[in-house]
Design a protein around this ligand. Structure first.
Ligand code: BGC
Ligand code: BGC
Length: 601
């Protein structure tokens, strides 16, 4: 930790500061807002009253697909389509959650994919070891590939939220969340992070990650701020190709989506970071140009770099939920951005489309969604979708197109030639999870993500031989260091023992200080037995995810650390604050009571 501090703290403090400010509203949209605010309070009604702007596909730059269709793959798709029943086709378009589906059901319904949601894990145990993941991957794969009834051979694929490392699996490496990676301003390191994540996922037999998030966050009250690399579209656009190619490899190379690589997803399309008041799953009411130039920019760069799956967003644009919005899902994404992969939905996101429920939504498929994420709703959705195919509410052409898109990616991944998950080259090499090499990458990222906001009298780096008091509820708490989407959806209740390959700040500091003849006394409330040379106080936000983390304002409002800092200052002890958070927050009182301050995300 000491070593990390000394090399990592000399980062531009302005990064975090600049991210603190709320982005100004473009003139066009604030005009709309004023015009309508007197009319109604429901955003959808307001938008209507204010003459809803339209998406005109021709306003969006035309980008060719960077990946040409391969004749052999197209032949294969054609042959499969000719053999498939409507039941088998509909099945390919549905993804169920492992907590709500058995391997037997995957076989019975021909499901194209399974996922583990943030709270789902093999045996419903979030802390189960990697072996159980691999065994379950085998079970799903075997069920889907048993062709004894004469069905065509189409392996299922398993997707997960490996959003900061393979973060659902105990023992896997945990990287800083995207907001911290954005602060480090080093796109190249994202490639290594992607490579490590892809390797660790394959150790457990998985095929696909719902990452990276390439949202451009514009209001830090949003609970998903930390999933965004930052507020600057150019920064996000520069990160997207690196992380994507780390996970997937480079289009055109022999190991694209294969070998040590696998399938990624860019999400959430489009405008998730620009909702009113930063409300998760809310309404984006900015101009078409804003949607294109701000939120859309990273998608152009990601698709050019080989993105093959795009996840539709929960948010709406002037009341139109993305999951059912053809102008964006089809006319722009496929028609203008050069996207030739498939569009997956978000967790029952289709159920929010007008006229839809989680179990019934022809509109989404007709608008351009290719695979429903229907965690617990899959079975009834399957029945309804099949009925809609049979009565023509979903056309044969649209059905075949969506199925082709899914099969094309499975073919590009080599899934049709793959052996069962546990027999693949990296499978079962559990030593790779959190290996020394992988830890070195995570350590570098953590170090570089730190932002030094204040350093009076060059208090940092801590001098070798110092006697340090370590206080604050984050001092010895890997769970708090790691945030949401860690072992569970909200990342709540994680203990140090849940991270066999992790190190708390206390453990790191202890090791580093001992090496230089110094010492550390751990005391959460800051009371010490012998007077220290300086105190480090570690505090911040509790872990959260998605809408649970939405806030009404940006002032940090837990005063416990402030009290500790104030007491220490009163005793003449120099203070260093380490602030763990998923976003920049207003911490002026704490800053003023600190001689040095590190935003550690
Ligand atoms: C989130 C997605 C995530 C999915 C699966 C949704 O609630 O919005 O980002 O990939 O759940 O866990
Ligand atoms: C799941 C998450 C999902 C969320 C959506 C949770 O129960 O575990 O993966 O994103 O629900 O609300």
């Amino acid at each position: 930790m000491n070593k990390d501090f000394s090399t990592g703290l000399l980062l531009s403090a302005s990064l975090a500061l600049s991210a603190c400010g709320k982005a100004p509203e473009p003139a066009t949209t604030s005009a709309v807002a004023t015009e309508t605010s007197a009319v109604a309070t429901d955003p959808a009604a307001e938008a209507k009253a204010a003459k809803v702007p339209q998406i005109e596909a021709k306003n969006w730059p035309l980008q060719p697909s960077p990946i040409a269709r391969q004749p052999a793959v197209e032949e294969k798709i054609k042959a499969l389509l000719a053999q498939m029943s409507p039941e088998q086709k509909v099945g390919q378009l549905i993804q169920a959650d492992i907590a709500s589906v058995t391997p037997q059901q995957v076989r019975e319904y021909y499901l194209g994919s399974v996922l583990n949601g943030g709270n789902s894990a093999p045996g419903r145990d979030n802390r189960v070891g990697p072996k159980a993941w691999l065994e379950l991957a085998d079970a799903f794969w075997q069920a889907s590939t048993d062709t004894s009834d004469g069905r065509p051979y189409i392996p299922v694929m398993w997707g997960t939220d490996a959003v900061h490392g393979h973060s659902n699996v105990k023992g896997a490496i945990i990287f800083p969340h995207n907001i911290g990676l954005g602060a480090m301003r080093e796109p190249k390191l994202l490639r290594k992070i992607g490579q490590v994540t892809a390797i660790e996922m394959q150790v457990t037999g998985l095929d696909w990650t719902f990452a990276p998030t390439i949202a451009v966050v514009r209001d830090d009250r949003w609970g998903r701020t930390y999933e965004s690399y930052g507020e600057d579209p150019a920064l996000v656009a520069s990160y997207a190709p690196e992380i994507l190619q780390g996970i997937q490899g480079e289009p055109g190379s022999a190991d694209f989506l294969r070998g040590n690589h696998m399938l990624a997803t860019v999400k959430h399309f489009l405008g998730d970071g620009g909702t009113i008041d930063g409300k998760d799953q809310g309404d984006n009411q900015h101009s078409e140009a804003n949607l294109r130039d701000l939120h859309g920019l990273p998608y152009y760069s990601a698709i050019k770099a080989g993105a093959r799956v795009v996840m539709a967003s929960y948010n709406s644009w002037y009341g139109e939920k993305m999951h059912g919005f053809q102008p964006m899902l089809s006319d722009v994404l496929v028609g203008r951005m050069g996207f030739d992969g498939f569009v997956v939905g978000d967790w029952n996101g289709h159920g929010q489309v007008k006229g839809c429920t989680p179990t019934d939504c022809a509109n989404a498929l007709n608008a351009g969604l290719d695979m429903f994420m229907a965690p617990d709703s899959w079975q009834k959705l399957y029945d309804n979708t099949l009925a809609q195919v049979k009565d023509g509410r979903i056309t044969q052409a649209r059905l075949d197109e969506a199925v082709s898109r899914v099969l094309r990616i499975k073919a590009e991944m080599g899934l049709f030639e793959q052996v069962q998950p546990s027999k693949r080259p990296l499978a079962g090499k559990f030593d790779l999870l959190g290996s020394a090499e992988h830890r070195a990458v995570a350590r570098e990222a953590a170090r570089k993500s730190l932002v030094l906001l204040k350093n009076n009298q060059k208090l940092l780096p801590i001098k070798a031989g110092s006697k340090v008091l370590l206080a604050g509820d984050g001092a010895d708490h890997i769970g708090k260091q790691s945030g949401g989407w860690t072992l569970s959806w909200q990342g709540a209740g994680n203990k140090n023992s849940d991270f066999p390959n992790g190190e708390s700040i206390y453990a790191g500091l202890q090791g580093a200080l001992a090496a230089g003849g110094g010492s550390v006394e751990l005391s959460e409330n800051g009371r010490f037995t012998s007077k220290p040379d300086l105190a480090v106080v570690v505090f911040g936000e509790e872990p959260y995810a998605e809408f649970v983390g939405d806030r009404a304002h940006l002032a940090f409002d837990d005063s416990r650390a402030l009290q500790v800092l104030t007491e220490l200052k009163a005793q003449g002890i120099p203070t260093v604050s380490v602030f763990l958070s998923g976003r920049p927050l207003w911490v002026n009182p704490e800053l003023n009571q600190s001689d040095a301050f590190v935003a550690a995300f």
